[in-house]
Design a protein around this ligand. Sequence first.
Ligand code: SF4
Length: 363
Amino acid sequence: MTETATNPPQSLAGASAFPDEIPAIASDVVAIPGKKILLAAPRGYCAGVDRAVDAVEKALAHYGAPVYVRKEIVHNKFVVETLSQRGAIFVEETDEVPEGARVVFSAHGVSPAVHEQAAARNLFTIDATCPLVTKVHKEAVRFATSDYDILLIGHDGHEEVEGTQGEAPDHIQVVNGPHEVDEVQVRDPNRVVWLSQTTLSVDETMETVDLLRERFPNLEDPPSDDICYATQNRQVSVKELAPRCDVVIVVGSANSSNSVRLVEVALDSGARAAYRVDHASELEPEWVADAETVGLTSGASVPEILVRDVVTRLGQLGFGEIEEVRTATEDIIFSLPKNLRSDLRSAGQQPDRVHPARAARKA
Ligand code: SF4
């Protein structure tokens, strides 16, 4: 288990995952005057991550362990370790899952070939692909059916990109960033569209699009933003606080695209330094020794408990004041995957989900 993570909450989804209030600074903190934390909001869990984690937890509770999960359900070490301890078995591919067993597909989505492989092995699949990733898959299929060349801006090798590309491999080419624009070749420059991975830097993506458009003036835009609301909101809040910070700390795993982007956005937006940590014990005291103001945020796959650990750690280092910098309020929630929902309902359970912020408003 990750070193510092204090006892994981009973559930990593729902109420315990979303930041509902500003974490309290411990009463025994010896505050150093002038040292302050700026806490980004929104931060942490997005609706797609919350749904995927909830799907694994509910599958474990309803069907019993083990439940297999193809790839990391979300890109967060603590979440994966905690779910493993509770009976989830993470595998790389469906051929590692015993015939007829249950497997959950991760929030990043899978290609049609993976669905076919699972069907061939009679696996009972629970597809936790984020609906916002599914939207991009559908766009890819639609443009491929109309015989477009699709330029998918994203990172080669990322699971989400592999899944989207698998929808129409003959029509999609991946563009990793502005540096690859010159290499792009299309069949008909009047029939080209760009799509993107959901977790990219908004600014860098638009730079890539502008360069692509210089080469292909009739390049079409996606029907709606592919970079999702959660990615955009977390970048906006970091842009807002970074110019006021000596250092920005981003909680998130190294393989979490949106967490890594937050470090870049912080640096681009004026923070003197920015670091990513998986958990509080990775925070080096010398990073913040001379800092007066430290910004703190977390990627979309990070449960709030890990942010609280960092607040505690910063408290031990003399940061005794905390101010929230809020740029948006989120209360989006996605339903559980259909077949899981239906099994829960048949068992007399209530599968509907309510965002804690909405529940609090109703109460
Ligand atoms: S980051 Fe966006 S696309 Fe990815 S799981 Fe979260 S809401 Fe869905």
